[in-house]
Design a protein around this ligand. Structure first.
Ligand SMILES: C[S@@+](CC[C@H](N)C(=O)[O-])C[C@H]1O[C@@H](n2cnc3c(N)ncnc32)[C@H](O)[C@@H]1O
Length: 195
């Protein structure tokens, strides 16, 4: 079983979930990928510590083979990335173009995922609600499950993620316009499969 994580940076998924950490220790492979920045050595050391591999890359052009991942985690990447669009040149030193890069990202996630694999998108810190309007059939993906607000704990329990680490960001939501409704600020998990 190959687990891929896009944007592991400060908290790779196995730090949220002892169950996933055990899966990596007992035979699953883990590859983390994100753009390099000045804190990247910290991430690389963490990933080496569990016997995983780090490959520098971006979600718009994943440095991974097609049909190679059973499970792809994307935790709080779209939200933070979305806000970076406003400044065009990001902290990580790359330039984004909102529409184009968003579509590239989903084409890439679909390409790298094995048939019947799962992409789990968690938006806990800066919920990227625009994702929810996307027609995933364009990418050969289907929405298998959607968890919003308090339901997110349910998905967390299934994967061994501590409920406290799911709710801890509720006080920190930032960047969303005041005109958005409270519902639009709610954290969510989206589970996609490849059809
Ligand atoms: C808010 S951090 C989330 C880190 C970690 N997933 C977590 O939950 O703590 C956002 C992450 O998205 C990554 N990121 C931003 N834009 C990206 C892109 N275009 N491709 C891949 N990763 C990206 C950043 O490098 C960073 O790792």
């Amino acid at each position: 079983m190959r687990i891929v994580e896009v944007g592991p940076h400060y908290t790779p998924i196995y730090e949220y979930s002892p169950v996933i950490r055990d899966r990596i220790r007992t035979g699953s492979s883990y590859i983390g990928t994100c753009p390099s920045n000045k804190w990247i050595d910290y991430t690389i050391e963490k990933i080496k510590g569990v016997g995983g591999e780090f490959i520098e890359g971006m979600i718009q052009k994943l440095p991974l083979e097609s049909d190679s991942a059973d499970e792809i985690w994307v935790m709080d990447v779209f939200g933070s990335w979305y806000f970076k669009y406003d400044v065009k040149k990001t902290q990580d030193g790359f330039v984004c173009s909102r529409e184009e890069d968003f579509h590239k990202a989903f084409h890439e996630l679909a390409r790298v995922l094995k048939p019947r694999g799962k992409i789990i998108i968690g938006e806990l810190l800066t919920p990227h609600v625009q994702i929810l309007d996307e027609d995933f059939s364009h990418y050969g993906l289907t929405v298998e499950e959607f968890f919003q607000g308090n339901q997110t704990v349910e998905l967390g329990t299934r994967y061994g993620i501590d409920p406290d680490s799911i709710t801890e960001f509720d006080f920190f939501h930032f960047g969303l316009s005041d005109t958005q409704s409270k519902a639009n600020r709610e954290r969510f998990f989206l589970v996609l499969t490849k059809t």
